[in-house]
Every structure is written in structure tokens, then in C-alpha cells.
Design a protein around this ligand. Sequence first.
Ligand code: FES
Length: 169
Amino acid sequence: MSETKSCGASRREEFKDLNPVLDKYAKVPGSLITILQQAQEIYGYLSVDTINYISEATGIKPAKIYGVATFYAQFRLQPIGKYLIMLCKGTACHVNGADRIEEAVCEYLNIQDGETTEDGVFTLNNVACLGCCSLAPVMMVRSNDGNETYGNLTKDKVVQILAEIRERA
Ligand code: FES
């Protein structure tokens, strides 16, 4: 009995960042996508363990959760790279050449939006407005060290930034 309790407790501990989300939404009908979005925001992707934990909390079968997660392109079932590039494709960035920046990133890293480089260093994610439009075009790079924002990007500048990050990865 006490074993079951401590196992449950350590599992709750393992998902301690997700628990507040589940406390708020688990029993609210129609909240699965919100839960999955926030789980991905916390862990970077939706692991089998995370999906099972969400299933236990919500009572929704894992197969149904997988169905939703694979239906929407925004959800990732594989781990992301060490550095997550969030490339802004919002209006201000678009007008200021975000497509050219994306082209340069894709060419340099040999990946497309949503993919991870073979060495596991970078994942590219196109996102909507990052909230610093005056610096357009902008990207944010997320790692264990936090978020770094890079603005006024050019094709050369973005490649140079990625090369520097790769060197220290
Ligand atoms: S549109 Fe890119 S930061 Fe706002």
C-alpha cells in the first residue's frame, strides 16, 4: 500500500510542472488540445509517459490522445534538439524578409520546419509573433540556458549565429 502511494507521489513529482495544468483542465470537457499544448511547451514534445500521465488524469484513452496529437502538425512526439529555433513568421517579420531567413536556416541546417538536425543539435519551429516586432525579422533560440532573442536578421547573420551555437553545442 505504502509502495503504491510513494510510486504515485514520485510520478506526481516527475510531472510536477504539468500538474497545475491538469489540476485546472483535466476535468474540463474539450480541454485536451490545451493540455497537450501546455505539456509540449513544458517538455518540448509529448513522450509516451506524458501521454499516459495525461490519460490517467483526464480519463481519455491514450489511443485517442495519440489520435489528436498526430492529427495536428503542431504536436511533436519526438524529442527536440538541444537548441530549439523559434523563427518568427508573424506579419512584421514576414514583411521584413522572414521567408529569406527561413530559407537560409533550412539550407544551412538541412532541415525543414518541425524537423531536427541529425546531430540532435537544432530543431526548427516556425512560430507566430514573438512580441518584439521592432526587431523584425526575429528568431528566438531556446536551450537549457534559457531563451536568446536575435533580431534584425539577415541571411548571413543567421547562419553566423547558428554556426557559433553549433560550435559550443
Ligand atoms: S511579427 Fe515577428 S516578432 Fe512580431
